[in-house]
Design a protein around this ligand. Structure first.
Ligand SMILES: [Zn+2]
Length: 194
């Protein structure tokens, strides 16, 4: 099964690359979790769904320009092993990778809200985190973390916790159309400025 999935991933990458104009740069958005891996859950809302819908919104916002192509590591609710994701990323060799997740804290209602960004131990990753942090308020760069996607991805990569699942304010914002569109617009600006 795993072999088939890996083959499918590399076939996708090869097929994709053969149709991509050479001057178009690639940006990978990784929507965390998927399938039976829900991520964190609160009030019937799943992390896997929030990050997928925002990932798709970012892709949609960027579909009409010629500078870069936004690729999702998953574009529907499916189980996607971390090793398949980084295999695909390293084949695509993108300009940057943004892995989307949701935070949670031990409290019933989080006292904190906003973004938290984790980086690789590289200047390119830290620069990307800085750019993202400038667009979002409140946001906090938590620094390097030993996570699969940050460790194994060769491209500049950051993991962005978009908000707290157990912050009513964050959860409502991130599940609203307004919130999704604002976030997609901010990421579009970040891609242009990076
Ligand atoms: Zn997560």
């Amino acid at each position: 099964m795993k072999g088939i999935k890996l083959f499918a991933a590399s076939f996708f990458a090869a097929a994709f690359l053969s149709f991509t104009p050479e001057n178009k740069k690639l940006i990978v958005i990784d929507a965390g979790h998927g399938g039976t891996d829900m991520g964190s859950t609160r009030e019937g809302v799943y992390e896997k769904d929030i990050v997928l819908r925002i990932g798709k919104e970012i892709q949609k916002f960027n579909s009409t320009q010629n500078t870069y192509e936004v690729i999702l590591t998953r574009d529907y609710d499916t189980e996607s092993p971390l090793s398949d994701r980084t295999t695909l990323i390293n084949k695509l060799n993108p300009e940057m990778v943004i892995s989307l997740h949701m935070n949670s804290s031990p409290h019933k209602e989080s006292e904190r809200s906003g973004q938290e960004i984790f980086t690789q131990n590289t200047d390119a990753s830290r620069k990307l985190a800085e750019k993202i942090s400038q667009k979002f308020n409140p946001s906090f760069i938590a620094g390097e973390k030993n996570l699969h996607i940050l460790r194994e991805s060769k491209a500049p990569t950051v993991l962005v916790e978009l908000g707290f699942m157990n912050s009513t304010k964050d959860r409502e914002y991130l599940t609203s159309e307004k919130g999704r569109q604002e976030i997609a617009r901010k990421f579009t600006e970040i891609f242009k400025e990076y």
